[in-house]
Design a protein. Structure first.
Length: 302
């Protein structure tokens, strides 16, 4: 472990917080970037919490680490064990707060880093994002919820078609990463739908990618079971974790849970046939077929 980081980690929490408050944000971000081996990047609502929990459980079991909230959710890029990579999970470029034109178009800063890019069907993402913004905003004190209040008050169609954080932003963000995927040291695309179909196989792919091939199948199976939708919903309902990362805004309202539904093609329950046609047309016309979400066979085969 970096000796400076080791010394910092031994400081009382109050001193660490005070230190961070006087250090410029740019310097903190630069230092964190220098000490990150692997980035887990996604647009919000692509299943990142689920993947983080599977990874954190597998890593903690394999290296016999304490199963704290920080370890299970990979909440820092600390090197928890000499043989474990330093991972950081981010919604890079805060795309949910930007218009398509405001998104950064180059990812040169990720040269020399491994990148796991987690994607999900954009139609499911935009519906899930709507409920997250509308129902869960008050749980958070960090982006995209700085004001501790819901960040959107309109209807689902209004949310989908807004310029800032709407469907166009989502498609543009995916495309930018598809166009930049050769820049990182190594790049791995993981799709939510593939995790649903074969969570153990996808977790093995990710662990192999980050250099943890030694983790056993037994440990992977345990991580998958621990992170199942049913167990995550149970832990969320019981309030096992303190942060808003896995905590309902209203225990009686299913739409306010982090583990809301987790379905594939859940958008069919919320969008009209005409709205679905409009989104399909946008995807076929604009989304890079690299992700495999195009609904037009001719577009998907390009």
């Amino acid at each position: 472990m970096n000796p400076i980081r080791s010394l910092y980690d031994r400081l009382p929490a109050s001193l660490r917080s005070g230190f961070r408050s006087i250090v410029p944000d740019g310097l903190l971000r630069w230092y964190a970037h220098q000490n990150t081996d692997v980035y887990l990047i996604s647009y919000p609502k692509c299943g990142r919490t689920w993947l983080r929990l599977m990874l954190g459980k597998a890593i903690s079991q394999h290296f016999h680490l304490p199963e704290t909230e920080e370890v299970l959710f990979l909440r820092s890029n600390r090197r928890y064990h000499p043989d474990a990579p330093r991972l950081m999970a981010i919604h890079e470029d805060r795309p949910m707060l930007r218009t398509p034109e405001e998104l950064g178009t180059t990812k040169t800063r990720f040269r020399g880093k491994k990148v796991i890019f987690l994607a999900r069907d954009p139609r499911d993402v935009i519906v899930s994002s709507y409920f997250e913004m509308k129902n869960r905003g008050r749980l958070f004190g960090e982006n995209p919820y700085e004001q501790h209040v819901p960040t959107f008050e309109g209807s689902l169609p209004e949310f989908i078609h807004q310029r800032r954080g709407g469907f166009d932003t989502l498609l543009t963000y995916y495309n930018i990463w598809a166009q930049n995927r050769q820049l990182p040291l190594d790049f791995l695309l993981v799709r939510y739908e593939d995790m649903k179909a074969n969570p153990g196989g996808e977790l093995r792919r990710v662990l192999d990618f980050i250099g943890l091939q030694a983790i056993s199948q037994e440990t992977i199976d345990e991580a998958v079971n621990f992170s199942s939708f049913q167990n995550m919903r149970k832990m969320e309902a019981e309030g096992r974790f303190q942060s808003g990362m896995l905590k309902p805004a209203n225990q009686t309202d299913q739409e306010s849970y982090k583990t809301r539904k987790g379905k594939i093609q859940g958008y069919l329950e919320y969008l009209s046939p005409l709205e679905i046609v409009a989104l399909n047309q946008k995807m076929n016309a604009r989304l890079d077929p690299y992700f495999g979400y195009c609904t037009d066979p001719q577009t998907a085969s390009k």
